[in-house]
Design a protein around this ligand. Structure first.
Ligand code: HXC
Length: 260
């Protein structure tokens, strides 16, 4: 199941990917480049972007790495402006920058809750808002990376659940408000995906084995599963899809998203 999409399906497109240096969104950035798009990647630290930039360039892609904190609107505007200077336009936004740690609600500080809301929800809004004029010009699209945690409820994840619920609301509201400009807005809600920072941080080994048995498809997701979904949603194959957050989790959430 390595490549299921038409070669160069995104040829001529320019994508801007937050959190694009590592993990799921790093995979999406690489897959967008493999599909022919020029890709800008951003995260807080430039050094976290360089390995992905090198990887994309080594495989013949074009990549621009620019550091910005998605919580800082001026920094976001600057990163988007630099991308337009470099590549001429923006067609695709992928909002993948996210914060996460395990913490019980009664131990979580107000600042801890707010920090994750700021990165995930406000960060997503900031990028969408700052990219609006460019997306309007290109009749472009937005892909917001959500989660399944809030579809039921997940202990020790009140902050992330609230943040991702807000991200889903942003997806739906912008699809409604910006559809008339030809802008499509969708999301992906990945379930438990192997080899990601989120899984490493959130799931100790004994829980991991227990969880694997609970997933209807009997395996963890792979970053490739999310990449394939992202390429589909970003391509013209999905040209009448907007306002949807597609759950990609092997059926896991239907049985509850508790991590254990
Ligand atoms: C409790 C914590 C904490 C922890 C931080 N805080 N880590 N509280 N437990 N482990 C609190 C701090 O005490 C502080 O509150 C507030 O949060 C801000 O902390 P800072 O360190 O100052 O903030 P900052 O450096 O801006 O960022 C913190 C961070 C970030 C949000 C933890 O470093 C981060 O997100 N790192 C992880 C990135 C990551 O793994 N991303 C992948 C997400 S996966 P006080 O009150 O003390 O000031 C994902 C998918 C979910 O989202 C699905 C999984 C199945």
């Amino acid at each position: 199941m390595d490549k299921v999409f038409v070669e160069n399906i995104l040829q001529g497109k320019v994508a801007f990917v937050t959190g694009g240096g590592t993990g799921i969104t790093g995979g999406i950035a690489r897959a967008l480049a493999e599909s022919g798009a020029k890709v800008a990647i951003t995260s807080r630290k430039q050094e976290n972007l360089e390995p992905m930039k090198n990887l994309i360039e080594q495989t013949g892609g074009e990549c621009f790495a620019v550091a910005a904190d998605v919580r800082d609107f001026a920094a976001v505007e600057n990163a988007l402006n630099q991308t337009v200077e470099r590549f001429g336009k923006i067609d695709i936004i992928v909002n993948g920058a996210a914060g996460n740690f395990l913490c019980k609600a009664d131990e979580l500080s107000a600042n801890g809750f707010g920090t994750v809301l700021d990165i995930d929800a406000k960060g997503t809004f900031n990028i969408c808002r700052a990219a609006f004029e460019e997306l309007k010009k290109s009749r472009g699209q937005i892909l917001n990376i959500s989660a399944t945690l809030h579809l039921t409820a997940t202990p020790m994840q009140i902050h992330v659940s609230a943040a991702k619920a807000a991200v889903d609301a942003i997806t739906r509201n912008l699809a409604v408000e910006w559809g008339r400009f030809g802008i499509r807005v969708n999301g992906i809600a990945p379930g438990p995906i192997e080899d990601t920072e989120g899984m490493k941080r959130l799931l100790p080994k004994p829980l991991k084995e227990k969880l694997a048995k609970k997933i209807p498809l009997q395996r963890f997701g792979r970053i490739k599963d999310i990449e394939n979904t992202a390429i589909f949603l970003c391509s013209d194959a999905a040209s009448y899809i907007s306002g949807v957050t597609l759950v990609v989790d092997g059926g896991h959430w239907l049985l509850g998203t508790s991590l254990g």
